[in-house]
Design a protein. Structure first.
Length: 109
């Protein structure tokens, strides 16, 4: 179903995707020495370590998130309202600020 917002949404989508597509095309369009070196030596190591990290963090987050949501939803225990509030609290902090906080806490002195 096409409504009056459809043309605007299509134009906005093109405006958003076009710069990203141009950057990707420029990055992989020409064979530079740096890109050839990365492909031959480090690219598969980077891809495999990224996939391992994504799967590990995603699995841990899934287990921790679903487990805590299940416990706070289906069981009533002491301080359940505090945990409901505390589990929603990370959504209030932008991730880049949280990254700065973690790097400041665990960084070098």
């Amino acid at each position: 179903m096409i409504n009056r917002w459809s043309p605007f949404s299509y134009i906005l989508t093109i405006i958003i995707i076009l710069p990203i597509a141009l950057v990707v095309n420029h990055a992989f369009g020409s064979e530079t020495q740096t890109l050839v070196h990365l492909k031959e030596t480090l690219l598969w190591e980077y891809i495999s370590s990224t996939l391992i990290l994504v799967l590990a963090v995603g699995g841990f987050t899934l287990i921790l998130g679903v487990g805590s949501a299940y416990l706070t939803t289906f069981y009533h225990f002491r301080f359940v309202n505090f945990f409901v509030f505390a589990l929603a609290l990370p959504f209030a902090i932008p991730t880049y600020i949280l990254g700065y906080i973690y790097s400041d806490i665990f960084g070098y002195f």
